[in-house]
Design a binder for this molecule. Sequence first.
Ligand code: AMP
Ligand code: MG
Length: 569
Amino acid sequence: MIRYSFMLFFILFARAAFRDKQGFCERNECNEDEASKQNQFDFSVKHNAEIPLTLTHTLSDCLPLDEVDGNFIRTVKSCVFSECQPTPLKKPLTLAALSLDALWNILDLNQSVIQNQEFIHCVSGGKLFAGSVPLAHRYGGHQFGYWAGQLGDGRAHLLGEYTNRKGERWELQLKGSGKTPYSRSGDGRAVIRSSVREFLCSEAMYFLGIPTSRALSLVVSEEPVWRDQFYNGNIVKERGAVVLRLAKSWFRIGSLEILTKAGELNVLRTLLDFVIKEHFRSIATNDPQRYVAFFFRVVNETAHLIAQWMAVGFAHGVCNTDNFSLLSITLDYGPFGFMESYDPNFVPNSSDDEGRYSIGSQANVGLFNLQKLLEALQPLLTQDQILESQQILREYPQIYQQRFLELFKAKLGLLENEDEDSYLVAFFLKLMEDTGADFTMTFRQLSEVTASDLQIDSVAQSMWALSVLSTHEYFTDWVRLYLQRLSRHHNDSDETRQHRMQRINPRYVLRNWMAESAIRKAEENDFSEVALLQQILMNPFTEQDEAERAGYSSKTPMWAQQLRVSCSS
Ligand code: AMP
Ligand code: MG
């Protein structure tokens, strides 16, 4: 296992510069469509026609299915899926949230479809879309560093696929829709709080431009669901909810791992060839090097994904191999968090005592997961191909660091390349770390401040995050370097720099307190704040009056400062 410390890459780099002030000073010299409309819609049931959405079932046609029938918990062998029906939720049901963007741009459905009384049942597991063959996927995974054996869709049902007018093939999946053969000791359900978080964050990540699964709808029910939220013996009755999720593919590293661990190499080859044919179109299906080419792509794209997470301060929370997509999209939103005060040791999951999945560890954990992917592919590779793949993995740190640097340079508005760029980025992150400045708003306010205001001794108090940063003794030194660097841009003005930076440094991210406030209301059947957040986070780079009034770009309110996120969901 190759080990690199990415977490410390930039920080150590910056610290070196701070070792003695003398050395440091020397360096110094030198759609007009449906989706864009507001998410306001009419929930009342009007009539009862069919839902105009017919699904295909390529997955169940092409991949081996469980030969054992029946929805009971068991160890499953020699297949990729078990056929399995969702269990309807206890009524009454409420369509609590809907993504009009996903409805129209992914499923080609007009907003009027929600007036059909079948709709709410179809998106919550009470009825099936035409053509649907519901499946639960068999996968395994390494959890917190250890092989956990069979996991699988214990509370999710893959309904089928839809190919839209743009020719994109999407897989529809329900989460929280009842027990499957993979439910182990679970009840097959998901509660309102975790479902609101998944719904809001997957949509928010999409609008931040980060590869992710999507969410179409959130349905809440009267189904009693018992949870010990903080594992302290306090079991509380909550309510069941279902999210209809969408992804081009739900396969994970663990989808392949379980087949290798079980010695089912024919199924492994069938699944891998299917994934390559469907999702890695540039790789020829008869190329003897196809598995190496596939591995190369996953290594590159995983590095890019994690760098993108870092660029918005996103910590996934549970980076197990069963939560890492083969298509390198963000999957399985659980106890994730957006870092507020800059801290490489930020851990969003209150159960992750050792901080294995801290924000600063994500690149390293990505490497661990890719190593596990390589182990899963190994039986299908020749000796030479194994050596080649190991070499690809050795290149992961550079791929990651280069992407990280590109993204952070862009966040600072830097154009072209200069030798000292990584120093300038690292220096800035070090100032943030020392002062605990807010990650999102510091970058945002740097995008909004003019170069001349940046030079004056005290940054305006309204720039609350940047003014925290400006208390650092080296802040003015950094500003001097930064302005010198900007002055070397050709054909650039301060205004263009600001616009460029504002297009990539969000003003709004789904901070934990924002989600929590919306959840508290949702649990009382008031979904207005879920709708507000959804709407604001569709345009995270644009200042919006309603968001400002709600304090979404302000300091975390006092009541929320001790909030923790549970992985119980
Ligand atoms: P997660 O932490 O949500 O990624 O889930 C890890 C594994 O636990 C997956 O196999 C899930 O399907 C399963 N799981 C989590 N919660 C439940 C539940 N309430 N009922 C059944 N299975 C669950
Ligand atoms: Mg998962």
